[in-house]
Design a protein around this ligand. Structure first.
Ligand SMILES: Nc1nc2c(c(=O)[nH]1)N[C@H]1C(S)=C(S)[C@@H](COP(=O)(O)OP(=O)(O)OC[C@H]3O[C@@H](n4cnc5c(=O)[nH]c(N)nc54)[C@H](O)[C@@H]3O)O[C@H]1N2
Ligand SMILES: Nc1nc2c(c(=O)[nH]1)N[C@H]1C(S)=C(S)[C@@H](COP(=O)(O)OP(=O)(O)OC[C@H]3O[C@@H](n4cnc5c(=O)[nH]c(N)nc54)[C@H](O)[C@@H]3O)O[C@H]1N2
Ligand code: SF4
Ligand SMILES: [Mo]
Length: 732
């Protein structure tokens, strides 16, 4: 139980069932306000995904509700350059005034909006609507671009639809083999590990593909440790062997797919020996992986950020999907390809319009029918909706030049964006920056106006978990005085910018509109409402309001509240996708013809080592929230550079010695963590910290041509031992 030592006005003293504020597993938990004004987390056994289990981040999440660590008042930049407390009137007035002035002087596209995959569906939807309807700007994108955009792009290409997992987690223990590619759930989603443990207990096998011997890899039957950035070649090598060993499911390929010949031809150029040279994974290991994957009746491939956060992430995921398609392992029971989405609302946040090219319901901003539908729900002229804008990194890179003012909600790019020193400099060069956050993040600290907003436990809203399961997060406590919700902020700003209607502050009212806006789109939520979510422990989309047989959209009355239609036609939701057909026009999945290509930056004499980045169990993302929790800081106090003893010996460095890691973007310093669990040609840094150990000072913003995902997982660096007294980190 976590006692947070803060003042909270309890709305009631019984347990409120809700969900964790952090990752996409969206573990269920109960929150109970205590008599002393603190709040306690307890086990919520009725939610099937985590069955009561929580990681340390979830267990300690209430600590961030404390006024000791959070923002308690709006802040504005004063004449002497410091941030000082201000009234809401003044803070909101400054934001509205600056946005209006910038628009008048430079046009609507000089206004930028940056959102986050941690925002609820209601907030993400409202933020997208605010950008297009109130500001009239095309320049909106969000941090999900840095997260699962490559997997999303590959999923849409191959299956016609992107939903992270096309099946519930409960299917994992029942399949025959799972290949986890660049995914470390033992640290990033600990309660999910039991699905993989149960898989092995049931006789299935687990293959982990990761350049590091992670806690997850330790559980695997087979661990392949490729050179970072070579997963594309690895998947093609496996496909080559599938063909050579006669393991193609010809009948499935014939009946359910298109494009095999070209994909096959591309794969056949990737001989196992050639793939061994590129990846460092030996031919016998490759063969063993193919055998384990192909022998059972059913199998799955799950990717996460390892193969996705590459400048060729879309093609890489495409190659793993090709492997599934050639072997008949997609759109069949207990088989398929899935992406383990990351942020709390990483799935829903990518469906409802905070993405540069998107309208709610996963509709395309360029599709005239989609524009008409959404414009009608919004009560605006379809022609008034702007077109697609820049992707996240491109938007950040344009700050201070094309984009003069930015409204940021739910992200901390000073720590989490690639080439972060440059991004920080771009943020500083803005005419005006407004940030809504719960804490004074490194990005909020640069703002002209900071607005303190309510948090998960203080507000109701929905998230969509990595399973595609829409969930209800309930308000369990009242927020402190002086704090407003993101929805209230957008309502107030819209009002001040002359749009009085269409920005409700009640989450349920927003959700009702989102239902209508999403109706008929790929991510159709129209059959879902708060009452169902409360009763059913979540509903999987697509969930249309009716089967359309009666010709109505069925939204009113479908939930039975009016006592008419109701349960008889209620859509059950869709836990499993593609079993009958894929979401393409002809129902067939598409192979993509892809070939290996090098990373944007390969090692050379000057920068001979590969840097990859990722996470540790006790910190979350940019650390804005978790670095404010004592227990988590004690467990993971700061950055480090993981490296192999052989590399450490070459540098003359021992465990704990400070190392400088230098790339073409800058220099970072952090202590060495020497381990045999990493390739000798690679170093790893977690990205949760600001300051001299910031991993993103080093990373390469080379973008995937389709998804616009930066290459967080591979860049070339030089590693140097430094004495503690030597030069401080410099971040050009
Ligand atoms: N504790 C914790 N949990 C989290 C988060 C957090 O910040 N902290 N964030 C959440 C979010 S938003 C996300 S997106 C998920 C991310 O979840 P994961 O994808 O599991 O996390 P990462 O650590 O980024 O990357 C996974 C693994 O990829 C490996 N890797 C690096 N380069 C390569 C490569 O080239 N190929 C392959 N195959 N593997 C490679 C790394 O060694 C690492 O072990 O976690 C979610 N959960
Ligand atoms: N090198 C490297 N960099 C990476 C990655 C990597 O693997 N390697 N991974 C990338 C990935 S996958 C991701 S998802 C990004 C994430 O990186 P960020 O986008 O920086 O994510 P967070 O740290 O979660 O930032 C969320 C911010 O919003 C605030 N916040 C939380 N809830 C709310 C809310 O409801 N409203 C508002 N207004 N604010 C809120 C938090 O306090 C925090 O300051 O990092 C990316 N960066
Ligand atoms: S695994 Fe994710 S959702 Fe579950 S408690 Fe930990 S951070 Fe929260
Ligand atoms: Mo993420």
């Amino acid at each position: 139980m976590q006692n947070t030592g803060m003042q909270i006005t309890a709305t009631r003293h019984t347990a409120t069932p809700t969900h964790c504020p952090y990752c996409a597993l969206q573990c269920g938990m109960n929150l109970t306000p205590a008599a002393d004004g603190t709040v306690e987390v307890s086990e919520r056994a009725d939610f099937p995904v985590n069955r009561g289990a929580l990681c340390g981040k979830g267990r300690t999440a209430p600590a961030v509700l404390s006024s000791r660590v959070r923002l308690t008042s709006p802040l504005v930049r004063s004449g002497d350059g410091t941030l000082v407390p201000a009234s809401w009137e003044e803070a909101l007035g400054r934001i509205a005034g600056n946005l209006a002035r910038t628009r008048a002087e430079h046009g609507a596209d000089a206004l930028g909006v940056f959102g986050g995959g941690g925002l609820t569906n209601e907030k993400a939807y409202t933020l997208g609507k605010f950008a297009r309807v109130v500001l009239g700007t095309s320049q909106i994108d969000y941090n999900g671009r840095f997260c699962m955009s490559s997997a999303a792009a590959a999923g849409v290409k191959a299956f016609g639809l992107d939903r992270g997992l096309p099946f519930p987690l409960e299917d994992i223990p029942k399949t025959g083999c799972v290949i986890l590619v660049g995914s470390n759930p033992a640290e990033t989603m600990p309660p999910s590990l039991r699905y993989f443990t149960e898989l092995r207990e049931n006789g299935g096998t687990l293959i982990v593909v990761d350049p590091r011997r992670t806690k997850t890899a330790e559980q695997a039957d087979l661990h392949l440790a490729p050179r970072p950035g070579t997963d594309l070649a690895l998947a093609l090598g496996m496909l080559h062997l599938v063909v050579a060993e006669g393991r193609v499911d010809e009948r499935y390929v014939e009946e359910r797919t298109a494009g095999w010949e070209d994909a096959r031809a591309a794969a056949m150029g990737h001989w196992p020996e050639y793939v061994e040279r590129i990846t460092g994974v030996s031919v016998p290991e490759l063969r063993e992986a193919v055998r384990l994957f192909c022998e059972p009746e059913a199998a799955m491939v799950l990717t996460a950020r390892g193969p996705e956060q590459q400048a060729k992430g879309t093609d890489t995921v495409g190659a793993w999907i090709n492997l599934c398609l050639a072997t008949g392992r997609a759109g069949r029971p207990l088989s398929g390809y899935g992406c383990l989405t990351g942020q709390g609302n990483g799935q829903g946040g990518r469906e409802h319009g905070q993405k540069a090219d998107q309208l709610p319901g996963y509709r395309k901003l360029t599709d005239p029918a989609a524009r008409r539908h959404v414009a009608e729900v919004w009560g605006v002229d379809p022609d008034s909706l702007p077109g697609p804008g820049r992707s996240a990194y491109e938007l950040l890179d344009a700050l201070g030049t094309d984009i003069r003012s930015l409204l940021l909600m739910g992200s901390n790019p000073v720590v989490s964006a690639p080439r972060a020193a440059h991004v920080e400099e771009r943020l500083r060069s803005l005419d005006f920056l407004a940030v809504c956050d719960v804490v004074l993040s490194e990005t909020a600290a640069l703002a002209d106006v900071v607005l303190p907003v309510t948090q998960w436990a203080e507000e109701t809203g929905t998230t969509t978990s990595l399973e595609g399961r829409v969930l209800l997060r309930r308000r369990a406590i009242s927020p402190p005085d002086g704090i407003r919700s993101d929805l209230e902020v957008l309502h107030e700003l819209a009002d001040r910018l002359g749009v009085e209607k269409g920005f409700p502050t009640e989450p349920e009212e927003v959700f009702e509109e989102l239902r209508r806006a999403s109706a008929g789109g790929p991510a159709d939520y129209s059959g879902i409402d708060y009452r169902r979510l409360a009763e059913e422990n979540g509903v999987f989309w697509p969930c249309p309001a009716s089967d359309g047989a009666d010709g109505t959209d069925g939204i009113d009355g479908i939930d039975g509240t009016d006592g008419t239609t109701g349960a008889a036609v209620r859509h059950p939701g869709t836990p499993r996708l593609f079993l009958d057909r894929f979401a393409t026009d002809d129902g067939r999945a598409r192979f993509v013809p892809v070939s290996h290509r090098p990373s944007a930056e390969e090692p050379d004499d000057e920068y001979p080592v590969l840097l990859t980045t990722g996470r540790v169990v006790a910190q979350y993302q940019s650390g804005a929230q978790t670095r404010r929790v004592d227990e988590l800081n004690a467990a993971a106090p700061g950055p480090f550079v993981e490296l192999h003893p052989r590399l450490a010996a070459r540098l003359g460095a021992a465990d704990g010695d400070p190392l400088a890691v230098v790339s073409r973007r800058g220099r970072a310093v952090a202590p060495a963590r020497v381990t045999t669990g990493i390739r000798p040609d690679t170093v790893f840094m977690p990205f949760h910290w600001a300051g001299e150990g910031r991993a993103n000072t080093l990373t390469n913003p080379a973008l995937d041509p389709t998804s616009r995902m930066p290459e967080f997982k591979v860049c070339a660096v030089r590693v140097e031992a430094v004495t503690k007294a030597a030069a401080p980190a410099d971040t050009p």
